[in-house]
Design a protein around this ligand. Structure first.
Ligand SMILES: Nc1ncnc2c1ncn2[C@@H]1O[C@H](COP(=O)(O)OP(=O)(O)OP(=O)(O)O)[C@@H](O)[C@H]1O
Length: 267
């Protein structure tokens, strides 16, 4: 069955094939390079949560950013919703990016400190030239409701919110343009454990209600166990193991995965 956007019904939302990212390092001659991701392949289906796990520096963030065109791979292919995003012109990618959004670890950096909650939630529509001002306001209120931010707070500035509330603002902004794919890069790592649980539950509910596909980057195996249907384990930029979460976490085939799991008493 074909959908209106030209993708087949069974087509994964995200397909990355043999993706490598080499960062050039050092001085003017730029002769040395660091390989952050090596020949990585993965697929994310509709309505699915795929976790990317691994130690710090294993290439998770780089792979997550490449999934939505924020970083261009050195080689390999990235297909999102049936389109090869590496072949898109810059302006086309900007338009296409409405369908794929990112939630970062530290919302303090991504929220303009001088904007009120109302302005922050209206901004995605304004930037895209969508809707009338009145309609934007209605949509901003609906987004606040969806992520559990009180309407009475619409005039507040980012510093007046807690870390968890700021992360809700970031999630709401990512949802504004109704994306089909979200990459969440350590979205709760900067939060206290009790707040983490609330934000994770919110993400889970929203993902289910909207039928979103989620690429979930985390170094925390317990969080991944809670959130993800499938997991890909990265070590030194390579995908060393992938499969259903319960299988990878409870019967890992790879030595490195086993070491990661043994480091987590909570599992
Ligand atoms: N812009 C860059 N230039 C040079 N090297 C980079 C760049 N971005 C990342 N790297 C390097 O690539 C490797 C992978 O980094 P990446 O941030 O993807 O890992 P990660 O698993 O997400 O780690 P963390 O959890 O610490 O963010 C690291 O060695 C990092 O230092």
């Amino acid at each position: 069955m074909s959908t209106t956007d030209g993708t087949a019904g069974t087509e994964p939302v995200l397909r990355m094939e043999h993706v490598t990212k080499r960062f050039r390092l050092g001085g003017v001659l730029r002769r040395t390079a660091h390989v952050a991701v090596r020949d990585a392949s993965l697929e994310l289906g509709r309505d699915e949560v795929l976790g990317l796990v691994g130690e710090s520096g294993s290439g998770k963030s780089t792979l997550g950013r490449m999934a939505i065109g924020l970083i261009r791979p050195t080689s390999g292919s990235v297909t999102v919703l049936g389109r090869d995003i590496l072949s898109l012109r810059r302006s086309e990618l900007r338009t296409y990016r409405r369908r794929m959004q990112m939630v970062f670890q530290d919302s303090s950096n991504s929220l303009n400190p001088r904007m009120t909650l109302r302005e922050l939630l209206e901004e995605p529509y304004r930037v895209q030239g969508l809707h009338t001002p009145a309609e934007r306001e209605v949509r901003a209120l609906a987004l606040a409701d969806e992520v559990g931010l009180a309407r009475a707070w619409m005039g507040r500035l980012p510093h007046e919110f807690s870390g968890g509330q700021r992360q809700r603002v970031s999630i709401a902004r990512a949802l504004a343009l109704e994306p089909e794919l979200i990459v969440a890069d350590e979205p709760v790592s900067a939060l206290d454990v009790s707040v983490q649980a609330k934000v994770l539950n919110l993400l889970k509910d929203i993902r289910r209600a909207r039928g979103l596909s989620l690429l979930f980057v985390s170094h925390d195996m317990a969080v991944v166990d809670f959130m993800c249907d499938r997991v890909a384990v990265l070590n030194g930029g390579r995908v060393v193991e992938s499969g259903p979460t319960s299988q990878v976490l409870r019967a890992p085939a790879d030595d490195y995965t086993r070491t990661l799991i043994e480091a987590v008493p909570r599992l």
